[in-house]
Design a protein around this ligand. Structure first.
Ligand code: DAH
Length: 338
């Protein structure tokens, strides 16, 4: 038995040594360790080994199996290494890597970042508020009477609970004044929602940027200076800015702001970019009624507010003709801003 085991082991190791591909190695493994393999068969002979020799023979069989298994593993590694080396031999390591394609910021993000950057330099801090609002913050506190068309079911998304999707970011004015005493100097970029027919200039979700400055003695001059500076920073230092009287429930006086646009190949034209005005004392009165400290008492403070559509600013800046391009995620469109 001992000699047989030695012979099988020697033969097996010799065969493994000459296996020069994975196929030959697998055949050899089966011939030695498989169900009918040489080592398997001789191991079956353990049954007939006299009791006093069992330990010794068992030990020998184990040693043989271990040696053979180790030989198979090292051969496998050797063949794998050879295959790897062969595969790598065809690779030109001096070839430059393929360029990674970078993503880029969406035009709306670019315009929002720029607007925030300019206004922060003037001391405005970021503020925000909920997109699901109540009528008080979206309308009542903003001096917008119950019969105002903006509150119409046709124009506003109402929930059964009576809450609504905010129709403008002006609600953040109210949220902020409820939460902090003057001076208040905030901007609030964010989404607004209206039940508009979707077309080249309207979406039912759009982006606004609200601003509010409240302190003692804030004047119309402050409003004009701030917003003129802002739009010149946005559209170029030569940009002409005009304030056209208008009406908003929450400001008095109110204005729409136009900038004069010089598009290539077109006669210059005025185009509306924002609404603004001096905060209506009725708004301060609504806040005053909510707070216990009278810090927004209409005879103590004045302020100005403004609101603009960021989608619109982006469209003007880059001559985008259809607002829907801003939400379609067409890579051919977006690539132009990379
Ligand atoms: N909330 C107005 C809108 O959505 C925009 C606006 C106008 C905001 C005048 C203001 C403002 O803060 O003073 O059309």
């Amino acid at each position: 038995m001992k000699e047989k085991i030695d012979a099988i082991q020697a033969e097996a190791l010799a065969r493994l040594a000459t296996a020069d591909d994975t196929r030959a190695l697998e055949d050899a493994r089966v011939a030695i360790l498989g169900k009918k393999g040489s080592l398997t068969e001789i191991s079956a002979g353990m049954r007939d080994v006299p009791k006093e020799q069992k330990a010794e023979i068992g030990q020998l069989l184990n040693t043989a199996r271990n040696a053979i298994t180790a030989a198979i593993e090292s051969k496998q590694a050797e063949l794998q290494a050879a295959a790897d080396a062969k595969a790598l031999a065809g690779i030109d390591l001096t070839l430059p890597a393929r360029a990674l394609s970078h993503g880029s910021l969406h035009p709306l993000t670019l315009i929002r970042h720029q607007a925030i950057e300019v206004l922060r330099r003037m001391g405005f801090a970021l503020a925000d508020g909920p997109e699901i609002e109540d009528e008080f913050h979206c309308f009542d506190a903003l001096n917008t009477p119950a019969d105002h068309p903006a509150r119409n079911e046709k124009d506003t998304f109402y929930f059964d609970s009576g809450k609504l999707l905010r129709t403008h970011t002006s609600s953040v004015q109210i949220r902020t004044m409820e939460a902090q005493a003057p001076p208040v100097r905030i901007i609030a970029p964010g989404s607004a929602y209206r039940r508009d027919e979707i077309d080249a200039t309207h979406l039912s979700v759009f982006n606004q940027l609200e601003g509010l400055y409240v302190d003692r003695d804030v004047s119309l001059g402050d409003l004009k200076g701030t917003l003129e500076y802002f739009f010149r920073e946005m559209f170029g230092s030569e940009t002409e800015v005009r304030f056209r009287p208008h009406f908003f429930p929450f400001t008095e006086p109110s204005f729409e702001i136009d900038v004069k646009l010089h598009a290539k190949g077109q006669a210059p034209k005025w185009i509306e970019v924002a609404g603004c005005g001096m905060v209506d004392p009725a708004v301060f009165a609504a806040i005053d009624a909510k707070r216990s400290d009278s810090s927004f008492s209409p005879d103590q403070v004045t302020g100005f507010a403004f609101g603009m559509g960021l989608d619109r600013l982006a469209m003007i800046r880059w001559g985008i003709k259809d607002i829907r391009l801003l939400i379609e995620n067409d890579i051919r469109f977006l690539k132009q801003f990379a």
